[in-house]
Design a protein around this ligand. Structure first.
Ligand SMILES: [Cu+2]
Length: 712
């Protein structure tokens, strides 16, 4: 944790004082673009557009899902959803517990199944920088989250040298053999030294994938997605303004561990950022607006082909945000960061009647009626470099979370089949539903470098998350209605709770970083133990059982604790002109979470897992052989009927070659076509609907993946 899983290339990350400032400024002033353009070769500008995933030497770039860019970052894993919508997990805390910022925008999922999480709105090819910070995060990057922060940044606008006109861009094609995946993306920038205009577009498609071993098709794993964005940049002296307008359409996306699939998702957004450099410091201003229209039903492989067997469900969301951040150097040793932000999220969720259905009609089911969740936040963060080898960071943050929702209605107030929902709706409509939470967060960390080869960072954080709209306001009590609520992929039904309190996590953690003090950086080892005690963790209790053995669960506050260890290391094996550079890399993540009331394991805790790989770089070639090892999942959340999964080892091969304007990436994943089950995959409900067999979600079999990028 320390907040900062830093690598040497990322020395600026949350680094106290001057380095931080320096990095922020150069990153933003377009200086990198300028350097690049002083060389006429556009091969160089292609390099400038290269992806930087902090802490990962050879990021996986063949997935269509941005969430997988961060695979193998310290403490990071994902849990399965649709093909481009996996949800992030940091140190065993998932989804809403991770503050996910895409270009500075906090986007809440607008769906009772969280089918459209923040990272699903950006395609991996548009990302320039990705970082996952597990555990203790600076307050400037946190708020309304307890597990950590994921930050995704799009590419900044490029500008030409004075007097020149810049025309640059790239095209890329993708192919993945398993599931017949394909994709294409491209960008075009036209700029002078003051204005820059860029258009980017991408599409991505896959059919259902085949499981390892048997080659059996895993139903509801297909998808189709389109992204478009236009970025306008204006740069003058020490000021940079970037405005992005974009639209995403996902005409369909299967969800193998949900009863429903996405049958349309459209997002339209505007995102603006301004960065200014003044004599008192820097000012960073961001604002955004987004509209999401989301439609769910069942795709044909789940049996939803006719107008009378599906179940239409609609969600409409509006998000509007601003964020101000001022970074003020106070002398040579101190830096103060002040921030203010507001996030409005409005949501309507309604299920139109199904023609001729006794159960789903005659009226519309209003799940969330004009709900809103607004957050007003302020923070102050103080970085101090007391001694050349000792620095501290202290931060305070306040989040005011205000929520409310209107009156609701079941499909029918009088029908026998709607009885449970009708009674629940009546109670819900009579209850007072407005809630305001006043949340305080604190982060206190220190960094000490006793030797050139050793640095130790440690600290404490108190972090708070308020319930989301569904945790508080999902009111239905009928078995069908409750099974439509839940972003856990576990097949259970969920009921909200108006009396939930915010969850408060107290985390202590240390990162010991031992590394080669020489500039050759031949080896390094990082070890990061952590402990978190959470008051009022939003967990569940059982309300009743369904005929298939799954349960109706109600959200409830319980105290919990989590602890674990993340580690990573590398050592250079050879470095010679004749053979290039060879490196052995590895990492291990281990986490355990326990509900202190029920003594059940927490849900979605990845079993001990790691990676060991051999990386080779030789001139324009890079190559890698990697083995991913995952232990069997024996500790489960029995309240949610979480399945146990056996351990597995997957062999992967990959490489890339750069030649003039072209970059080729190729990968053979799951070389031995092992059969395995995803420990965080939940239940394979697509297959259950079709076959009646209920089991864990199988992972993907062997796949040959490649992409070719041409820059101009
Ligand atoms: Cu949905």
């Amino acid at each position: 944790m320390l907040p900062h899983y830093r690598t040497r290339t990322d020395a600026g990350y949350a680094r106290p004082c001057l380095t931080a400032l320096f990095f922020t400024l150069t990153a933003f002033s377009g200086a990198s673009a300028q350097d690049v353009l002083s060389q006429p070769d556009s091969v160089e500008s292609a390099k400038a557009e290269q992806l930087n995933v902090i802490g990962i030497r050879q990021p996986q770039t063949t997935s269509a899902d941005t969430a997988h860019l961060l695979d193998h970052a310290l403490g990071y894993s994902t849990y399965s959803a649709g093909g481009v919508s996996a949800l992030p997990v940091l140190n065993g805390m998932a989804d809403d517990r991770v503050a996910t910022l895409v270009d500075g925008m906090r986007i809440d999922a607008a769906c009772p199944n969280h089918m459209n999480p923040a990272m699903s709105y950006v395609d991996p090819d548009s990302v320039s920088r990705a970082v996952a910070i597990a555990g203790i995060t600076p307050v400037s990057l946190g708020g309304d989250s307890i597990g950590g922060t994921v930050e995704i940044e799009r590419k900044d606008p490029l500008f030409a040298k004075t007097g020149n006109i810049l025309v640059t861009g790239h095209v890329r094609g993708d192919y993945r053999s398993n599931g017949g995946g394909s994709g294409a993306s491209g960008s075009l920038t036209v700029a002078n030294d003051m204005f820059s205009l860029r258009y980017t577009a991408s599409y991505s498609h896959a059919s259902d994938y085949q499981a390892g071993g048997s080659g059996q098709r895993v139903r509801s794993t297909d998808y189709l997605s389109f992204n478009h964005a236009v970025t306008l940049g204006v740069k003058k002296a020490n000021h940079l303004l970037a405005l992005t307008f974009g639209q995403q359409d996902i005409p369909y996306e299967g969800f193998p561990n949900q009863y429903m699939d996405m049958t349309n998702n459209r997002s339209t957004f505007v995102n603006g950022k301004y960065k200014g450099d003044f004599n008192w410091g820097t000012l960073d201003v961001r604002g955004s607006w987004q509209r999401v229209t989301h439609v769910m039903d069942m795709l044909s492989d789940k049996g939803g082909h006719s107008a009378t067997t599906g179940m239409p469900m609609n969600t409409d969301a509006r998000t509007a945000t601003y964020a101000l951040k001022a970074t003020i150097p106070l002398g040579l040793k101190h830096t103060l960061k002040l921030g203010s932000s507001f996030d409005h999220n409005g949501l309507n969720d309604w299920w139109p009647p199904l023609q001729g259905s006794m159960m789903m009609g005659p009226g519309t089911y209003h799940n969330i009626n004009n709900g809103h969740r607004d957050r007003l936040s302020h923070f102050a963060e103080w970085d101090a470099q007391w001694l050349p080898r000792f620095s501290t960071q202290l931060g305070f943050r306040n989040d005011l979370v205000m929520m409310n929702t209107g009156k609701v209605a079941p499909y029918s107030w009088t029908g026998m089949m709607s009885m449970a929902d009708a009674m629940a709706a009546e109670r819900f409509n009579q209850a007072s539903r407005g809630r305001t939470d006043v949340n305080f967060d604190v982060t206190a960390t220190g960094r000490w470098k006793p030797l050139d080869s050793l640095s130790i960072e440690g600290g404490y954080a108190r972090k708070t998350r308020s319930p989301n709209l569904y945790e508080r306001y999902a009111w239905g009590m009928g078995s069908m209605a409750t099974r439509m609520i839940g972003w856990f992929g576990d097949g259970n039904g969920y009921v909200g709770n108006l009396n939930l309190s915010p969850e408060v996590a107290n985390t202590a953690s240390v990162t010991v970083d031992w590394h080669d003090p020489n500039p050759t950086q031949r080896w390094d080892l990082k070890i990061q133990p952590f402990y978190t005690y959470t008051h009022n963790y939003i967990n569940v209790r059982r309300l009743s059982s369904f005929s298939n053995g799954l349960s109706m669960l109600g959200f409830v506050n319980h105290n919990t604790q989590s602890y674990g260890l993340n580690a990573s290391g590398s050592v250079r094996l050879w470095d010679r002109t004749a053979y290039g550079r060879g490196e052995l890399v590895g990492n291990i993540n281990w986490v355990r979470g326990v509900d202190l009331v029920t003594h059940s394991g927490l849900y979605h805790q990845m079993p001990a897992n790691g990676l060991i790989g051999l990386h080779e770089t030789y001139e324009n070639w890079t190559g890698r052989v990697e083995v991913t090892l995952v232990k069997s999942k024996d500790t489960v959340d029995w309240l949610r009927n979480e399945p146990r999964t056996p351990g597995y080892a997957l062999l992967g091969l990959g490489g890339s070659y750069r030649w003039r304007y072209f970059t080729l990436n190729a990968e053979l994943a799951n070389v031995l076509n092992q059969r395995y089950y995803l420990p965080l995959g939940g239940l394979s409900l697509g297959d259950y609907d079709a076959t009646g067999v209920l089991g864990p979600l199988p992972g993907m079999g062997r796949s040959f993946n490649m992409n070719l990028t041409a820059a101009f």
